[in-house]
Write a protein that binds this ligand. Structure first.
Ligand SMILES: [Zn+2]
Length: 482
């Protein structure tokens, strides 16, 4: 995997055996989540699932920022307590993740539920003389951690001039960051040795990961925009406290997301929420769209590209439906349309094609994913298999075993990517039922020698992408291929 810390693709070795401790920066729950969140969390969902597929025992932890400046500001605007705002939008976040099939997180940890751990870390930094109190707030003195900026490769003198650091009189140096923020009227607060206040942002993550993972762990993920100052500050806090480095062995970051060529921002009014997106597109299509790019590549989000992704995904999905139906027919299961019931037709010859292609696809998929989770290449391998499967199904010349093997490739890897799943099954099953009814009506028309009706049904089905062929055992149908 590509490690932002070294700037190289490195072989992955967990700290302890086959255990993987993975932490990803979670949402600040002050508003509905947007498509930038969708991209990051779908990427890490697939990464967690792939690592599990490769035999690792993955523990995936995510923090939830339920107290910070944005939370307080928004709660005041809406006129509700910060707690209620947090509850409302954390629920909304979970709904969105469930809808997108992001279900690999083992534990969500809220900042407000880890204040004792946060205070413990701040006290440790105070004792070491790395943090100082000023006006009831506590700051991390960046100069006391000489390698500050090693993740983003920014030098300290540059940081001082940086636009993102806020200048406050009570700080010794402009680059110092708050570990604890003194209470202001109207804000939620917790008791501390320095008076009432609330935690700063960076220390929230280090306190949470140290509680569950200890002083060092395997993978820390997040969006690129979090590298500086957030992740650099986390390293500074953790390594100052424990003296152990690296705090995190592998730092993984997802690429930027633009909307129609522009940065997504509230001021530009182009923020698209996950809920808005899912009104128009199915979750699988959204996953497919993002997975079609490598997680580190920049993505431009446009309606046209999404519609193209939808069409491409449906072609793949049609192939999977055809394979499922073929397997069902071969095993004499219910639901076939005038099939032989015994799979006799498919056994007529065993071509060398599909079975070998399925094996090759497995090899290509794993190779692609082993190389820094290259989902784009992995999907390309599935498309090649789909093409071969469509050809084999249309022309015959493959055994039921080969069809089953091809289907199992889609189902195994669909499980990792979150594609070809149950929601699609439901709509595909409904479509198949309707097609069956139409074909029964067509057969009835044919028996009455009403050729006009029979032909019209067949033509209308062809227009809808469903090919009907009349065989000695009755009509067979399939979705038109890739
Ligand atoms: Zn974070």
């Amino acid at each position: 995997m590509y490690n932002t810390l070294s700037g190289r693709v490195e072989e992955f070795r967990p700290l302890v055996g086959n255990r993987v401790y993975m932490f990803v920066c979670g949402p600040t729950v002050y508003d509905h989540s947007h498509i930038g969140h969708a991209r990051t969390y779908i990427s890490f969902d697939v990464i967690a699932k792939y690592l599990a597929y490769r035999g690792y025992s993955v523990f995936y932890l995510m923090n939830v920022t339920d107290i910070d400046d944005k939370m307080i500001q928004r709660a005041n605007e809406v006129g509700i307590p910060v707690e209620d705002l947090a509850d409302m939008y954390f629920k909304s976040f979970l709904e969105d993740m469930r809808a997108l099939g992001v279900d690999s997180v083992n534990l969500y940890a809220k900042a407000t539920e880890h204040v004792p751990e946060i205070l413990e870390q701040i006290e440790a930094l105070m004792e070491k003389g790395i943090a100082y109190e000023s006006g009831g707030s506590v700051y991390f003195e960046v100069k006391k951690f000489p390698s500050f900026g090693k993740l983003s490769r920014q030098r300290l003198d540059k940081l001082e001039a940086g636009a993102r650091v806020d200048v406050r009189e009570e700080k010794r140096n402009p680059e110092d960051f708050a570990l604890w923020k003194a209470y202001k009227p109207g804000e939620p607060s917790w008791d501390s040795p320095w008076g009432p206040g609330r935690p700063g942002w960076h220390v929230e993550d280090t306190a949470i990961t140290m509680r569950y993972f200890g002083s060092q762990y395997d993978i820390h993920g997040g969006g690129r925009d979090l590298i500086f100052p957030h992740h650099d500050s986390e390293i500074a806090i953790a390594e100052s406290i424990t003296g152990k480095e690296p705090f995190v062995r592998y730092w993984l970051h997802t690429g930027f997301l633009n909307v129609e060529g522009e940065k997504m921002s509230k001021s530009l009014g182009n923020v698209i929420t996950i809920k808005e997106l899912l009104k128009r597109f199915r979750p699988e299509v959204v996953r497919f769209f993002f997975l079609h790019s490598h997680y580190r590549s920049p993505v431009d989000f446009t309606l046209t590209l999404l519609e193209e992704a939808e069409a491409a995904y449906e072609r793949l999905e049609n192939t999977v439906s055809n394979l499922r139906r073929s397997v069902k027919e071969a095993s004499g299961g219910v639901g076939e349309t005038g099939g032989t019931g015994g799979g006799g037709e498919m056994e007529r010859e065993s071509g060398p094609g599909l079975g070998e292609k399925a094996l090759e696809t497995r090899r290509r998929f794993v190779e692609a994913m082993d190389e820094d989770f290259n989902t784009r290449e992995a999907l390309a391998a599935l498309f090649d298999l789909a093409r071969e499967a469509n050809r084999a199904l249309a022309e015959g010349g493959c055994t039921p075993e080969e069809v089953k093997e091809a289907l199992s490739v889609f189902e195994d890897y669909g499980g990792i990517l979150g594609l070809f799943g149950t929601p699609a099954d439901t709509s595909a099953a409904a479509a198949e039922a309707v097609i069956r009814i139409l074909l029964e009506e067509r057969e009835a028309a044919r028996r009455k020698k009403d050729w006009e009706t029979a032909d019209r049904i067949r033509e209308r089905l062809a227009e809808a992408g469903i090919t009907v062929e009349d065989g000695k055992d009755g009509p067979r149908w399939r979705f038109s291929g890739v």
